[in-house]
Design a protein around this ligand. Sequence first.
Ligand SMILES: NC(=O)c1ccc[n+]([C@@H]2O[C@H](COP(=O)([O-])OP(=O)(O)OC[C@H]3O[C@@H](n4cnc5c(N)ncnc54)[C@H](OP(=O)(O)O)[C@@H]3O)[C@@H](O)[C@H]2O)c1
Length: 295
Amino acid sequence: MRILLTGATGQIGGSLKVRLSGHDVVAPDRKAFDLEQSETIAPFIDRVRPHLIINCAAYTAVDDAEQDRQRAAQINGIAPGLIAAAAKAAGAGLIHFSTDYVFDGLAKQPYRETDGCMPLNAYGRTKLQGEQAIAAAGGEYLIVRTSWIYAAAGKNFLMTMLRLGAERPILRVVVDQTGAPTSANAMASIVAAIVTQMGNAPTQYLRQHGGVLNATCAGQTTWHGFATTIFDEARRRGMRLAVETVEPVATAQYPTPARRPNYSVLDLTRLNREFGIAPASWRDALTEVMDRLAH
Ligand SMILES: NC(=O)c1ccc[n+]([C@@H]2O[C@H](COP(=O)([O-])OP(=O)(O)OC[C@H]3O[C@@H](n4cnc5c(N)ncnc54)[C@H](OP(=O)(O)O)[C@@H]3O)[C@@H](O)[C@H]2O)c1
C-alpha cells in the first residue's frame, strides 16, 4: 500500500515511519510538503496518489499558539480539511491526529468520542477546527485523539524533566491536571495495528470503522505523578540526578499562556472493543522508553 506520511520528523510520525517500513511510504519533510502552503496540498497529493494518508504534521507548541494563532489555525485547522478533500479526490483514506485538549476538563470520568468539545486554548480550538474540516470534506477518515505524547528525544515533558532534574534540587510540578501520558512508540504501534487491519483496502475499512477514535496509553496520572515516576525510573537505571524534591503545585501557582484542562483522560472502550487493541499502560510504556534512554 502506498502511504503518504506527514510529520515524519516529529514524535509520532518518526515512530510510525519505522513501523510502516513494509509499505511504500512517501514521507516528505516540511520543505517538500509545507502545510502552510494551502495551494500546494492538493497537487502534491494528486502526484503521490497514495492509498492512505497519515497526517502527523501539526503545530504542537500549545503555549506559542496563543500568540501565533494564524499559523496554528492554518496548519491545524485549515490544512487538514484540504488534505481530506484531496484524499477523497484521490480515493485515499485519511488517518489524522487530534488531542485531548478539545475538551474543557470539567468531566469526572474519561471522555468518550461522542462527548461535546469545548477547547480552553487556541491550540485546542485549531485542532477542533481541523476535525470539523475533515468531517466536512466527506471522505473516509479516522481522527485519532491522543494525549500527553513524549519520546526518547525531542521536545517533550520527559526530556524536559530529565534535563531539569539533572540541574536543580527542587522542581515544582503541576498536580491538578490529570491525563494519560502516551509514548510516541505506543501510539505508533496502535496506529500500525490499525493499518494492518486495513489490508489493502483502507477506504473500505474506514467506511466501517471511521470517525473519531480515542487512543492513548491505559491508566492515568498527574504531571506530578508522571514526573516522580520518571525520576524513580531514572534513579533505578543509575542516571545522575540533582533533583531531591518534586514539589506538587496547583496550576494557579504555575501560570502558562495557554489554559489546560484539569482532567482529560480519554475513554478507550471503542479502541478495545471495536479494534481489539489493548494499549500498554502508561507505566509500561514509560519503562520501555527509559530502557531505551539508558542504553
Ligand atoms: N505532543 C502531544 O503531547 C500531543 C498530544 C495530543 C495530540 N497530539 C497530536 O499528535 C500529532 C503528532 O504530534 P507530535 O507530538 O508527534 O508532533 P511533533 O513531534 O511536534 O511533530 C510535528 C511534526 O509536524 C511537522 N510540521 C510542523 N509544521 C509543519 C508544516 N507547516 N508543514 C509540514 N509539516 C509541519 C514538524 O516538522 P518539523 O520537524 O519541520 O518541525 C514535525 O514533523 C499532532 O496532530 C498533534 O496535534 C500531540
